[in-house]
Design a protein around this ligand. Structure first.
Ligand SMILES: *[C@@H]1O[C@H](CO)[C@@H](O)[C@H](O)[C@H]1NC(C)=O
Ligand SMILES: *[C@@H]1O[C@H](CO)[C@@H](O)[C@H](O)[C@H]1NC(C)=O
Ligand SMILES: *[C@@H]1O[C@H](CO)[C@@H](O)[C@H](O)[C@H]1NC(C)=O
Length: 270
């Protein structure tokens, strides 16, 4: 672990030297650039070493956004970032305001900082599984490879795997998922001129039936409910019949009508 960190530091130091040389050669011949990392900070610097025009200010630019600006006249400018180089890789530009402007380029270059879109993926038997890894860091990945634990490297040649990769992203498609064959851990491995990085995605393949379980569960629930309601209604019905007809008053009513009838008939007879 410590050896690895030391290695990274050494690599970084080397890289800074390289970028200084390249920066001096590629952009403006008078600017020396630098990247240093110390106590949780990254410091970028630009220094005009050759005789120069009158400077009226400085600017630091990253991704076409101005990070800071000042109106000092110094031949040296620096920009401080909280965090580690791995989190802030990219192309930065220092601008010396003069007529004309003098621009320097400072690259924070790191080995690939790979991560998986999802650490665990699920797929249904027979479907196509899609596993994706990305690398937001600079510089872009030059080579992506996929490996399956216990199976070695995967490639397009087998016909079951389709791998599509770009500088920032790689995608592994597994055709016709098989529970036995495809469940497991997959790793995406990235390489750029500064080193390598990787991430792991674990894939679970469910049987088709498993995908149906939630639906079957709902059907079963509905059936149980319907049965309960049905039984309840059936039990209630026999009690309700006499309740509705009101056992006591019914005979009275009929008696009353009988009496009335009798009276009418009696009256008629009279
Ligand atoms: C920074 O990276 C860009 C893009 O890869 C490259 O063209 C440029 O030369 C690099 N600059 C330095 C100073 O290394
Ligand atoms: C800038 O470069 C000059 C000449 O190379 C050097 O003397 C000076 O110390 C540098 N300034 C800083 C702040 O690094
Ligand atoms: C990588 O991502 C950046 C933004 O994060 C984008 O500007 C760039 O075009 C992407 N590069 C590739 C090769 O896809």
């Amino acid at each position: 672990m410590a050896a690895g960190a030391a290695g990274t530091r050494a690599l970084l130091a080397l890289l800074v030297l390289c970028s200084m040389a390249a920066g001096a050669a590629a952009t403006s011949p008078e600017i020396t650039t630098g990247v240093t990392e110390a106590s949780g900070k990254v410091i970028l610097s630009c220094n005009i070493s050759a005789p120069h025009l009158a400077i009226t200010g400085h600017k630091w630019i990253h991704k076409e956004k101005t990070l800071v600006e000042d109106s000092n006249s110094g031949a040296f400018t620096s920009y401080e970032i909280q965090g580690k180089v791995e989190e802030h890789s990219g192309i930065y530009e220092c601008v010396f305001e003069a007529n004309p402007q003098i621009r320097g380029e400072v690259n924070i270059s790191v080995p690939p900082q790979v991560s998986a879109y999802k650490k665990s993926e699920h797929g249904n038997e027979g479907d196509t599984g899609v596993l994706t890894c990305k690398n937001p860091s600079f510089p872009a990945v030059t080579t992506w490879t996929w490996h399956k634990s216990g199976h070695g490297r995967l490639d397009n040649a087998s016909g079951r795997y389709i791998i599509k990769s770009g500088g920032n992203k790689t995608e592994l498609r597994i055709l016709k998922l098989d529970i036995e064959q495809d469940t497991g851990d997959y790793s995406c491995n990235a390489a750029n001129p500064l080193g390598t990085g990787n991430a792991t995605v674990s894939l679970r393949v469910r049987s088709r039936l498993a995908a149906l379980w939630p639906f079957l569960g709902i059907v079963a629930e509905v059936l149980v409910l319907v049965t309960i309601i049905f039984i309840y209604e059936k039990r209630r019905k026999p009690d309700e019949v006499p309740d509705d007809d009101d056992g006591g008053s019914a005979p009275l009513k009929s008696n009353a009508t009988n009496h009335k009838d009798k009276n009418v008939r009696q009256r008629n007879a009279n």
